[in-house]
Design a protein around this ligand. Structure first.
Ligand code: BEZ
Ligand code: FE
Length: 329
């Protein structure tokens, strides 16, 4: 679009009351309908936030300097912006909107900053953690679709901390991946491996996000958990985790990731599992049946939820590429 052809009001004498509509108008030259909509709402909410809080220049500068610090501490192995999004509840909110789940399917949770792309692919039954101080844990899982059919050959990423609550990437002298692996479900949708019993740990809090938590009188801990990521064509990418019941932080996770359906009890192998998986009878045991949702089911549910949510707000929208944009026709 040629900007000279578009009628733009004179950008002059803008006030507390008319600045918003003028910024939105100049941004409306954008040809991408979805981007235009997201920017329109972002500007509108940001301006309302400033008007409603009577934001002072000093406060806004403090906010900008805070974001500058967040950026400065980021590196290949430190993602402070994800942490910020996590502790503000935005990560879990976006995940819930973008990956809606029908009843009886496995819910998602926060990804966090510690997934890597260098985990080794392992056969079932292998040790994915080599921490001698960890309590050995046998993990046996199934993977089904929402109709109860086993899903074979799903790529499964699994990662957890060591017994001191640190991920391998948090060690300066990391030699290679540990406490993480990739497996594939077998023909019956089963996968199993040996890990260690998860422990609670603090999210990185030696940076600006940690300072913010302190100012808010919040602790930085996450309850004990193990992460899982499932990928197979035709299914919605599932990022989730299992949390141990009765963890001291079960109801105060610093990043709001715990859902009741993801809270598990650790049992003991007993004679049946001990024989089948060649572990001691008193070995800690975690079992879980994961249910993946197809891409088709997910996109239908996402569209339905979008329409309902925007209807409630009195907005007329249409769906383009699976996402809402204003319906101006
Ligand atoms: C994690 O579980 O690995 C995590 C999630 C959010 C922030 C920090 C860590
Ligand atoms: Fe974690």
């Amino acid at each position: 679009m040629d900007p000279s052809q578009v009628k733009i009001p004179p950008m002059k004498d803008l006030t507390v009351d008319n600045i918003t509509e003028n910024v939105i108008r100049i941004n409306s030259l954008c040809e991408d309908e979805r981007m235009k909509y997201v920017l329109e709402r972002l500007v509108s909410h940001l301006h309302d936030f400033a008007r409603e809080t009577r934001l002072s220049s000093k406060e806004w500068m403090a906010g900008l300097l805070f974001l500058t610090e967040v950026g400065k501490i980021c590196s290949d192995v430190r993602q402070e912006f994800i942490l910020l999004s996590d502790i503000l509840g935005l990560s879990i909110l976006v995940d819930s909107i973008d990956h809606p789940k029908p009843p009886n399917s496995t819910e998602g949770t926060v990804l966090g900053p510690f997934h890597t792309h260098d985990a080794a692919e392992m056969p079932h039954g292998e040790h994915m953690s080599h921490d001698p101080k960890g309590e050995p844990l046998l993990v046996v899982c199934t993977l089904k679709d929402t109709a109860g059919r086993p899903i074979p050959n799903v790529k499964i990423d699994i990662w957890e901390t060591d017994s001191s609550g640190r991920y391998d990437v948090q060690y300066a002298e990391r030699e290679g991946p540990d406490g993480r692996c990739i497996m594939r479900s077998d023909g019956d949708g089963v996968f199993w491996f040996r890990g260690i019993t998860p422990v609670p740990y603090p999210i990185p809090h030696d940076g600006p996000v940690g300072k913010l938590l302190k100012l808010l009188r919040r602790h930085p801990f996450r309850p004990s958990h193990m992460h899982f990521m499932f990928q197979k064509e035709g299914f919605d990418h599932l990022i989730t985790a299992l949390y141990l019941r009765n963890d001291p932080y079960e109801t105060s996770d610093a990043v709001f990731g715990v859902k009741d359906s993801l809270v598990v009890d650790i049992g003991r192998a007993g004679s049946e599992y001990a024989k089948k998986y060649n572990v001691p009878e008193d070995q800690a045991l975690l079992t879980y049946d994961f249910v993946l949702v197809s891409e088709q089911e997910t996109s239908e549910l996402r569209e339905r939820n979008s329409k309902l949510a925007l209807d409630k707000l009195g907005r007329k929208v249409k769906i383009v590429n699976g996402l809402p944009v204003p319906d101006l026709d």
